[in-house]
Design a protein around this ligand. Structure first.
Ligand code: SF4
Length: 694
């Protein structure tokens, strides 16, 4: 007897939410997905999962999915459903016309960290070979681009140094600017297991995240610093290590540039970097900082895990380098149990960066100006590649407002909701002559589009995602693309309409090209992935089956580089009008701007964003629990319900950004990381007042 809903087949694939990259068995009955079962042989999750991967897949078949291409001459007009052929011909003709009138550099594309490596690779190829410029950027610009800059500068490549298994050998975990319990739940479970076994925990975060105190886990130190003072804090930790004789000198002499180290050590040893001197900046008692530094330096294997609370600041790249300095000076790098580990937010942030979707880098983080690297692709693609870096995402909006940038192809990202300074983004989008949105839903960005190309969900794809530990996981097609074309085929057909010779028959052929042209992927094949389950790059002649740990005998750049990290306060200042600091984060059941999770049953766990306010600040303003609160910043205003809590310190308020009504990016500033333009989402001066509702 076959019960209704009993699966009759299953396909092993990879979760498309966060950078943990859990493997699942998608159990099917006919064409219907019955359930997602965590896969016990998945190397990133070993049979575990969270409520997103397990339950939040209903968006794939949601009635809001757009399944037919649509075009219109202007975004003010109604959409017209057309064939794929007409949509591609319309788009290609518009791109050519714009370039004829405004120059080659007047168009560009934004690739998605939600899409597969193969899909991202094709978008950057379309731009470089088809558009003839380097105006390709990734939505990772707004999350982990400082990781790219900081870890490449110090270690030589932009990636987490360890595998998740390594946490089982960690003695001291330092979690800074990350909330793994909500953002990376399966990794958080492994970390908590290790903490229950006796490992020590240091949390550096303005907010008392769950990890600080949960059943059977209590952080040794919670350094609840003022938002925006990460560099001062991490440099103060380094000050203690250097001035109290806790440097791992043999490691530094053998593995790092000694001259750089000496210069850096003299810098951090200056009294102005002592915990006592920076206490008034960070707000954290000096003695707590001293104890935390001693614990990290002397407590055994020290591993650092960080997230967007590090990167999304005006000094995001500086903080990443300060963290790298800390690992090098204590020798906590290059072996099991230690390391520097960026916890990537989206499922394929690592991969989208690896695949050359930055305007200055070809796949494998090789600079566009390097003749030998460009020539590899020029020979293969039969084109000349521009050696000048292209526009970053914020520069695209600036150029659109100025009238020099006219056409944009956006793959799988609602930039109007997710990018900072919404007014400026909408002005840029409104000024475009052509906006192609390639997505599952008619999102907010599509309001300004004149071409809509239906996208496919992860259940409809073949390809690979690369998780936060550099693990290349297979994504396998569970059901046929509901719109008729997989995302890689959409990009390929658009490229063909532009006259490009692009004729892949399957994503494995795209991976073969990636492997042939990218040294860190040289050995990666779908056959190897079938045999191994997954592999961690670098995967090449030196590491034929991948490398769980990097920088073992030497750093990817040779000698590790210490970098001077001078603290520069953000320009976003509090004052009489805006006396509080707003910072933001995620909640377990929801994901980013909620385009997917809000279209699943997970919305029952969290149906609105709220504003956390310290009791002291609430009382001063006559705000009670669940009252509506008006939130004003220099950029704009919005309303949320109040949650009175001591999770935040006096002077700090906090919200999540999963629901469009929150309009968090109406509030945020246009300040950004000095090196990468990653927006400063985490620090906004605000005022709050009682309100009657939205
Ligand atoms: Fe998916 Fe991340 Fe949850 Fe794993 S931890 S199931 S990858 S959202």
């Amino acid at each position: 007897v076959v019960q209704i809903g009993t699966p009759d087949r299953s396909v092993v694939t990879t979760c498309a939410y966060c950078g943990v990259g859990c493997s699942f068995k998608a159990e099917m009955r006919g064409d219907e997905l019955v359930r997602m079962v965590p896969y016990k042989d998945g190397k990133a999750n070993r049979g575990h999962s969270c409520v997103k991967g397990r339950f939040a897949f209903g968006y794939a078949t949601h009635k809001d999915r757009i399944l037919n291409p649509m075009i219109r001459d202007h975004y003010s007009q109604p959409w017209r459903e057309v064939s794929w052929e007409e949509a591609f011909a319309f788009s290609a003709a518009k791109i050519k016309d714009i370039q004829d009138r405004h120059g080659r550099g007047s168009v560009g594309a934004i690739s998605s960290s939600r899409c597969t490596n193969e899909e991202v690779y094709l978008v950057q190829k379309l731009v470089r070979a088809g558009f003839g410029n380097n105006n390709i950027d990734t939505c990772a610009r707004v999350c982990h681009s400082p990781t790219g800059y900081g870890l490449k500068t110090t270690f030589g490549t932009s990636a987490g140094t360890q595998d998740f298994d390594s946490v089982e050998y960690t003695d001291v975990a330092l979690v800074i600017g990350a909330n793994p319990t909500d953002g990376h739940p399966v990794f958080a479970s492994r970390l908590k297991k290790r903490l229950r076994e006796g490992a020590k925990l240091i949390v550096i975060d303005p907010r008392r995240i769950d990890l600080v105190r949960t059943p059977h886990v209590e952080a040794e130190h919670h350094l609840a610093l003022k938002p925006g003072t990460n560099v001062a804090m991490v440099t103060a930790l380094a000050h203690v290590i250097v001035t109290e004789g806790l440097v791992n000198e043999s490691f530094v002499r053998e593995r790092c540039d000694w001259d750089d180290f000496q210069e850096w050590a003299a810098f951090v040893a200056e009294e102005r970097h002592s915990p006592e001197a920076v206490e008034r900046v960070t707000g954290v008692p000096a003695e707590e900082v001293r104890k935390a530094a001693r614990l990290y330096a002397t407590g055994g294997n020290g591993a650092i895990y960080y997230g967007l609370g590090v990167t999304e600041h005006s000094q995001g790249s500086t903080t990443v380098m300060a963290i790298a300095n800390l690992a090098m000076v204590t020798g906590n790098i290059g072996r099991v149990g230690v390391g520097v580990n960026p916890l990537r937010g989206q499922n394929n942030v690592q991969g989208s960066c690896d695949m050359g979707s930055f305007p200055h880098e070809l796949p494998g983080y090789r600079h566009i100006s390097t003749d030998e690297v460009r020539s590899i692709y020029e020979d293969l693609w039969g084109v000349v590649i521009d050696k000048e870096p292209g526009l970053r995402i914020p520069n695209m909006f600036d150029a659109a407002v100025e009238g020099t940038f006219k056409g944009l192809y956006v793959q799988g990202e609602d930039i109007l909701q997710s990018d900072p300074d919404t007014k400026h983004v909408s002005a840029g989008l409104a000024a475009l002559e052509l906006l192609i949105v390639h997505d599952l839903f008619l999102n907010e960005t599509a309001n300004y589009a004149n071409v809509f190309l239906p996208g496919s969900s992860f259940l409809e794809k073949d390809g690979t995602f690369t998780n936060a530990e550099r693990r290349i996981n297979r994504v396998r097609k569970v059901m046929a693309p509901r719109n008729g074309l997989a995302d890689w085929e959409v990009t390929q057909r658009l490229a063909q309409a532009m006259g490009l010779d692009m004729n892949y028959g399957h994503p494995s052929e795209i991976m073969a090209e990636i492997a042939a042209t990218t040294p860190s992927f040289a050995n990666v094949t779908y056959d190897l992935l079938e045999r191994m389950g997954s592999v961690q790059w670098p995967c090449n002649e030196t590491f034929p089956e991948g490398a769980p740990i990097m920088h073992v005998d030497e750093f990817m750049r040779g000698k590790g580089k210490f970098v001077i990290t001078e603290y520069v306060p953000t320009d976003e200042r509090t004052g009489p009008r805006f006396p509080l600091l707003l910072t933001t984060g995620r909640i377990l059941s929801q994901y980013n701007v909620g385009a997917q999770t809000r279209r699943t049953q997970n919305v029952l766990w969290h149906d609105e964003d709220v504003l956390e306010i310290h009791p002291h600040d609430a009382e001063q303003r006559g705000i009670r629990e669940s009252d509506w609160v008006r939130l004003d910043s220099r950029s704009g205003s919005t309303s949320l319900r109040a949650r009175i809590t001591t999770r935040v310190a006096p002077g700090v308020v906090y919200t999540t950004f999963h629901h469009p009504a929150t309009q968090a990016n109406v509030i945020t500033t246009d300040f950004s990381d000095w090196a990468t333009n990653c927006p400063e989402y985490k620090v906004t001066a605000v005022q709050i007042s009682p309100s009657n509702g939205p």
